[in-house]
Design a binder for this molecule. Structure first.
Ligand SMILES: NC(=O)c1ccc[n+]([C@@H]2O[C@H](COP(=O)([O-])OP(=O)(O)OC[C@H]3O[C@@H](n4cnc5c(N)ncnc54)[C@H](OP(=O)(O)O)[C@@H]3O)[C@@H](O)[C@H]2O)c1
Length: 314
């Protein structure tokens, strides 16, 4: 099969597709024929430096998510031809991932889906929409009567959150740090240019924080009483809250939560797809590339040439 295989720090320009063996099935693992996969920032971190850490399998096929069909269900209850999505759980890190024509995945990380979407659109969903869904509902308990602020909205996750919240009927405020990107947030009810301080400019019941700890304190000050802020993204490049004083920095009667996408379940995936199907929701996609052009796709992402989710069609 064709795959991207790396064993040392690798820039986008150095990415190559090579021939390697189709994985051999084993008990509890299923072989998926990959139809499409989304690209994630964490894969760049893996490829450029994390690859040197002991806990990363080497050589490794990167890729933390995919959509496809079951090629060989091994001893599980899945059936050959089942349409599935797969994500996380060590995929592309402790075992080979999805930048390939086939991938062998533990059964618990593979989920059946009912969707009429073509694979290249379905490929935008697993990691990005699952993260948006979990942040909005498990963490922020969003309802249609709420005002949601998506801070750092001009990213794949931001567009996904806006799609879901608008389909639900909530009011959505989106922010971007770039004036030229304001028009990309037309799907929002209100768009705000974010210079790092939003306090005093707007209020929300729920805040999806995608810029991260860099702006989290300011976000908390934008909550209505009873509001929740969910720390999900790290776009601002600051990863921790140093010297955080929860007594003074979380306003009285407000709540702080965080979302980590490592724990998908079939129940949540079913809920999510039934919402998508009922609302005829089409995922937002930045650009679709063919697998043979994956190097071009990764270079384009580095050069900020694509806005939104990049999907590779295999
Ligand atoms: N908690 C979890 O489990 C989880 C799961 C998935 C992703 N994430 C995180 O969520 C964030 C978004 O992920 P994604 O896949 O949607 O990313 P993405 O589509 O790759 O978005 C990256 C783009 O965001 C833009 N951006 C928007 N606001 C920004 C700001 N304030 N500072 C810097 N860049 C900004 C940047 O473009 P411009 O600078 O041109 O605007 C950048 O090119 C990432 O930090 C990712 O690590 C977390």
């Amino acid at each position: 099969m064709k795959a991207v295989l790396i064993n040392k720090p690798t820039n986008s320009e150095e990415i190559e597709i090579v021939e390697t063996s189709i994985p051999v099935v084993r008990s509890g693992w299923v072989l998926v024929k990959v139809k499409a996969f989304g690209i994630n920032h964490s894969e760049k971190l893996l490829r450029t430096f994390e690859i040197e850490k002991d806990y990363i399998k080497k050589p490794i096929i990167p890729g933390i998510e995919c959509v496809g069909v079951i090629e060989n269900p091994s001893d599980t209850h899945l059936k050959r031809g089942d349409k599935v999505i797969a994500l996380m759980g060590g995929m592309g890190r402790s075992f080979n991932g999805s930048y390939a024509e086939y991938v062998l995945i533990p059964r618990k990380n593979v989920f059946t889906v009912r969707s009429e979407l073509p694979f290249e659109l379905l490929g935008a969903i697993p990691e990005t929409y699952f993260t948006a869904w979990g942040s909005l509902f498990e963490c922020l308990r969003l309802t249609k009567d709420d005002t949601l602020l998506v801070r750092g909205a001009t990213c794949a996750l931001g567009y996904a959150a806006i799609d879901i919240a608008k389909a639900l009927g909530a009011k959505v405020i989106g922010t971007t740090h770039k004036r030229e990107k304001l028009s990309l947030l037309n799907g929002c009810d209100q768009v705000v240019l974010d210079d790092g301080t939003l306090e005093g400019q707007l209020r929300a019941n729920e805040i999806l924080e995608l810029v991260g700890p860099k702006t989290l304190r300011d976000s908390a000050r934008c909550l209505y009483k009873g509001g929740i802020v969910c720390q999900t993204g790290l776009l601002g490049g600051v990863y921790t809250l140093d010297g955080f004083d929860p007594i003074k920095e979380i306003p009285n009667g407000c709540y702080l939560t965080g979302f980590f996408s490592n724990f998908p379940t079939q129940e949540i995936i079913d809920e999510m797809f039934s919402f998508f199907n009922k609302n005829r929701l089409q995922p937002s996609v930045g650009k679709i590339y063919r697998f043979k052009d994956i190097r071009r796709a990764l270079i384009d992402i580095d050069e900020h040439k694509v806005d939104g989710k990049v999907v590779i069609k295999v």
